[in-house]
Design a protein around this ligand. Structure first.
Ligand code: HEC
Length: 123
């Protein structure tokens, strides 16, 4: 009986680990080197809103939310970059959709978005 439950636990563990998982935003944010950026300059208003509006909101606005995702406005962008899949997507990470669709952000834009999240998504 004990052996059977060990086998069943093993099978359950295998099933869970085979499910495609996205890498959490915190992993990318924590790994980012932010020493070349100034937190009070790398804010939403002064920095990341323009990256998001240039590269994302043509397909992810409130009127056209591809995949149900709206990235326009501070609250919506913060929610997806902090807790959703947007950082994973811009890193073309495993388990998530590579974004922007059919393209890639520059490494400096990726660093700004990573560090914006790392520093608490300053408005
Ligand atoms: C040309 C249109 C287009 C652009 C530009 C674009 N996306 Fe997407 N995005 C899509 C489409 C379409 C999907 C759904 C893809 C699918 O399901 O295969 C999607 C899906 C996603 C998803 C997965 C949905 C989810 O909530 O997990 C995320 C995250 C995402 N996009 C983030 C971004 C970010 C961040 C940018 C800008 C850096 C961006 N996208 C730019 C069209 C676009």
């Amino acid at each position: 009986m004990k052996q059977l439950s060990i086998i069943l636990l093993g099978l359950a563990g295998l099933a869970i680990s085979c499910k495609k998982k996205t890498t959490p935003s915190a992993n990318y944010a924590n790994a980012a080197d932010c020493s070349t950026l100034v937190d009070t300059v790398n804010t939403y208003t002064k920095s990341t809103v323009s990256i998001i509006n240039l590269n994302c909101t043509s397909c992810h606005s409130s009127s056209n939310p591809s995949a149900g995702l709206n990235l326009s406005g501070y609250a919506a962008a913060k929610s997806s970059f902090l807790n959703g899949n947007s950082l994973c997507s811009i890193h073309h990470g495993s388990g998530c959709k590579a974004m922007p669709e059919g393209a890639a952000l520059s490494s400096s834009d990726i660093q700004k978005l990573d560090c914006w999240v790392k520093n608490g998504c300053r408005q």
